[in-house]
Design a protein around this ligand. Structure first.
Ligand code: HEC
Length: 334
């Protein structure tokens, strides 16, 4: 929860200071907090990132480690992945059932908003922090499960190289190493940046996808590239008074679910009529436990959708609110 809050705080600060190009970096230290080691904001103060001027974070800052793509192709981190590019990088592992599917689904939304710019002037990378299990073939299968096309690259590599990369990018949490093998609490942040201008910042993948897309597509490009996508920031949902359940649905569920269409997860149209209320209430509270107990309905849904629904840590009130919204929205669409 803290992370999400600090991301919101950061966003407000960012909005106020976006004109000062290195303010975001100074704040980046704040958002990474004491847990992550990152690009040292003190280094930055004296050097403003002027477009056209060579970035202070170049080849001598970033390792040029060899990574392997989901297709088994070898690439160099600096030369091939980030040099001169606007990038979004996150760290995942494919057996993670908690935060990674959420992040992946949210980044998919951001990618959809950016449209065909992804792979051309905005580059998406997901790097595995569990290279022992995540072979190129495993990454390929994961991409397929999430229906992710070729313009978003998943990478694996040597474990120590990847740890070093995470440190350099400021997404590393030391405590992770306290319990070897327990990768569960890996940092939820996403790092976005422009290597040539030296602007880097950590973002929460739980942020509004339209805001993330606009940062990647406009802010990091100094607004130089006009957005060609029809599905642009202008089409972001209007701010109006939302039912509490609607707000919750938009921020926590809509990256995987539609109401009236199937997405990463099932279509939730009429789900409150079709499912037993006790089952539904419990599912929303602890889908992970029901899957672990092999609840027959949960298992048959998982067999169909392949991705386990994460435990969203909803309170009883949240569950009630979201059920209220799903019922109301079904009525509205009927
Ligand atoms: C990371 C993707 C993801 C997120 C986020 C997510 N779900 Fe799901 N959900 C799934 C998948 C996938 C299934 C199918 C069951 C499975 O594979 O575990 C599912 C199943 C369900 C079902 C059962 C559908 C049925 O036909 O019975 C409901 C209800 C549901 N989700 C509601 C929600 C709500 C409400 C939220 C937000 C609070 C949410 N989900 C967030 C992926 C997600």
């Amino acid at each position: 929860m803290m992370k999400i809050k600090s991301a919101v705080k950061f966003l407000i600060t960012l909005t106020m200071t976006a004109a000062v190009s290195n303010a975001a970096l100074a704040n980046q230290g704040a958002i990474s907090g004491e847990k992550a080691t990152g690009i040292n904001p003190v280094e930055v103060k004296s050097q403003t990132a002027v477009p056209g001027k060579k970035s202070i974070w170049g080849r001598d800052y970033f390792p040029n480690s060899t990574l392997i793509t989901q297709d088994g192709e070898e690439v160099k981190f600096f030369d091939d992945l980030i040099e001169g590019k606007v990038v979004a990088i996150n760290f995942i592992y494919t057996t993670c059932t908690d935060s990674c599917p959420l992040e992946t689904a949210r980044m998919k939304e951001v990618k959809a908003i950016l449209g065909d710019r992804v792979g051309k002037d905005v580059h998406f990378y997901s790097i595995s922090i569990d290279p022992k299990n995540d072979s190129p073939a495993v990454l390929q299968a994961y991409k397929k499960k999430f229906k992710i096309g070729p313009d978003w690259t998943f990478l694996t590599g040597n474990e120590s190289d990847i740890t070093n990369l995470r440190k350099k990018l400021g997404l590393y949490i030391d405590e992770l190493n306290n319990e070897p093998g327990d990768l569960k609490d890996h940092n939820l942040n996403l790092i976005v940046g422009n290597q040539s201008t030296g602007r880097w910042m950590t973002r929460s993948p739980f942020e509004n996808p339209h805001i993330l897309a606009s940062q990647l597509g406009d802010w990091l490009h100094n607004w130089k590239t006009a957005s060609t996508s029809v599905n642009s920031y202008a089409n972001a949902p209007r701010l109006r008074k939302l039912l509490p359940g609607e707000q919750l649905f938009r921020t926590r569920c809509s990256s995987c679910h539609g109401i009236g269409k199937e997405s990463v997860g099932p279509d939730l149209f009429a789900v409150t009529e079709n499912r037993d209320r006790v089952w539904l209430t419990r599912w929303l509270k602890e889908p992970d436990k029901m899957l672990a107990e092999k609840d027959p309905l949960a298992v048959s849904l998982l067999n169909r959708f392949k991705i386990p629904m994460p435990n969203m840590r909803l309170t009883d009130q949240d569950v009630e609110d979201v059920i209220g919204y799903l019922t109301a929205e079904t009525e509205r669409l009927k």
